[in-house]
Design a protein around this ligand. Structure first.
Ligand code: ATP
Length: 362
C-alpha cells in the first residue's frame, strides 16, 4: 500500500510482540487528513499499543509508519508532529490553567512571544475562556478534560491521538463531551485517532472505525457500514445485538439468495456472485429491523418472513424486546414504543418480516 496525498497516517504491516504475546499483528491502516478515526475493540485487543506506536512510545517489530508520507518509524516521539491525550490527563495541580496549557508550548520550544495568542485562541476553542487563572481542582471533570485537550492542541499537532480520553467521566458528561470533541475536531480540522472500547461512542463520533480483535483489524468502515453490514460475526456481535441464522441457499435470483425455511417462510440476503445453491450461510439481521405482527402478514416484496411463537417480552422503556422461537432458532425483534404490538404477548403466534437489504452474510 503506498501513501497518497491527503493521507495523514499510514501503517504498513505493523506488528508488535511483547515476549511471546503478539499484541498487534500486521496492521495496515490508512487514515486521511482531517479524519476522525477510531480504533474500537475489547480490552487487550491492541488498540493502545497501536496508538503508542503511532506516537513513537513503542517501536514496531515489523512494518513501517508514515506521517504525511514521511517514514517516521525510526523517529523519537518528540520529532513526530503528533500529540497524545490520556484517560488520566495529569494536569499540574499547583499551576493555573493558563500555565498548564503553556506547558505544551514550552515542551515544543515555541517562542514565548507567541504563547499568549495561542493559549487564548485554544481556550476559546475548548470553551474555557475566563478560567485561565483557576487551578485544576477548581474545575469540573469535564473542564479538566478540556484543559488536557487544550494543552495537547496548542502545539497544533498534525494529528491528535486520544486514548479513552472520556473514560474517567460519568455517562452524562461523557455524552456531552463526545459532541464537544467532535465539534472541536471539525473546527480545527485536525486528524483525530481515537481509542475506545465503547461502540456507541465510536459510532457517534467517528468518520471511520477500525474494529480490532486479538491484535488484528476485523473491519474498517464508516459507522453505518460497520453497523449495517458487519463482515464478521465478531464485528456484528461487538457492535450492538444481532440475530445470526445458519441456513442453506436454495435458489439465486439476481444477486439475492433465497434460503427457504418452511411453507411460506424464507430468508433473503444479497450475496452478489459469491454463493451457489447448497451453500450454507450465516445470515445476520439486527433486532430493530425485524417487524413483528400477529396477523398472517405476507412477506415484504422480495423480503424475509419467519413464523414463530413469542417466548418472552421485555419492556425496556424506549423499546420492547420480543424473543421469538422459530423453526431456525430464537430470533429477537425490537419494536419502538408506540408501534402497534399491544396484542403480542408470551404464547402469541407471530410473523417476523424484514427487507432484503437488512440481511447480511457473516
Ligand atoms: P485496553 O482497552 O484494556 O487498554 P488495548 O486494546 O488497548 O486494551 P493493549 O494495551 O494494546 O490493549 O494491549 C494488547 C496486549 O498486549 C494485551 O494483552 C496486553 O496485556 C499486552 N501488552 C501491552 N503492553 C505490554 C507491555 N509493555 N508488556 C507486555 N505486554 C503488554
Amino acid at each position: 500500500m503506498a501513501a497518497v496525498l491527503g493521507d495523514a497516517i499510514t501503517l504498513e504491516g505493523v506488528s508488535k510482540r511483547f515476549g511471546s504475546h503478539l499484541a498487534v499483528h500486521e496492521l495496515s491502516i490508512t487514515i486521511g487528513d482531517g479524519e476522525f478515526f477510531s480504533l474500537l475493540g475489547p480490552s487487550g485487543c491492541g488498540k493502545t499499543t497501536t496508538l503508542r506506536m503511532i506516537a513513537g512510545f513503542e517501536q514496531p517489530d515489523t512494518g513501517r509508519l508514515l506521517l504525511y508520507g514521511e517514514d517516521v518509524t525510526a523517529l523519537t516521539p518528540n520529532r513526530r508532529r503528533v500529540n497524545m491525550v490520556f484517560q488520566q490527563y495529569a494536569l499540574f495541580p499547583h499551576m493555573s490553567i493558563y500555565d498548564n496549557v503553556a506547558f505544551g508550548l514550552r515542551v515544543k520550544r515555541v517562542p514565548k512571544s507567541e504563547h499568549r495568542d495561542r493559549i487564548v485562541e485554544i481556550l476559546r476553542v475548548v470553551e474555557l475562556e475566563g478560567l485561565e487563572r483557576r487551578r485544576p481542582r477548581q474545575l469540573s471533570g469535564g473542564q479538566q478534560q478540556r484543559v488536557a485537550l487544550a494543552r495537547a492542541l496548542v502545539n497544533r499537532p498534525a494529528a491528535l491521538l486520544l486514548d479513552e480520553p472520556l473514560g474517567a467521566l460519568d455517562v452524562k458528561l461523557r455524552k456531552q463531551m463526545q459532541l464537544e470533541l467532535k465539534r472541536i475536531q471539525s473546527e480545527l480540522g485536525t486528524t483525530f485517532v481515537y481509542v475506545t472500547h465503547d461502540q456507541e461512542e465510536a459510532l457517534a463520533m467517528s468518520d471511520r472505525i477500525a474494529v480490532m480483535n486479538l491484535g488484528r483489524v476485523e473491519q474498517i468502515g464508516t459507522p453505518r457500514e460497520i453497523y449495517e453490514h458487519p463482515r464478521t460475526a465478531f464485528v456484528a456481535d461487538f457492535i450492538g445485538s444481532l440475530n445470526a441464522l445458519e441456513l442453506t441457499v436454495d435458489e439465486l435470483v439476481g444477486d439475492l439468495a433465497i434460503l427457504r425455511v418452511g411453507q411460506g417462510e424464507r430468508v433473503v440476503v444479497a450475496v452478489g456472485s459469491n454463493a451457489r445453491p447448497g451453500d450454507s450461510l450465516r445470515v445476520a439481521v439486527r433486532p430493530e429491523r425485524i417487524r413483528i405482527d400477529t396477523a398472517d402478514e405476507p412477506a415484504p416484496e422480495g423480503g424475509s418472513r419467519l413464523e414463530g411463537t413469542v417466548r418472552e417480552v421485555v419492556y425496556l422503556g424506549m423499546y420492547t424486546q420480543f424473543h421469538v422461537e422459530t423453526s431456525v432458532g430464537r430470533v429477537v425483534s425490537h419494536q419502538l414504543a408506540g408501534e402497534s404490538q399491544a396484542r403480542v404477548e408470551p404464547g402469541s403466534r407471530v410473523v417476523l418480516t424484514w427487507l432484503p437489504e437488512h440481511s447480511s452474510v457473516l
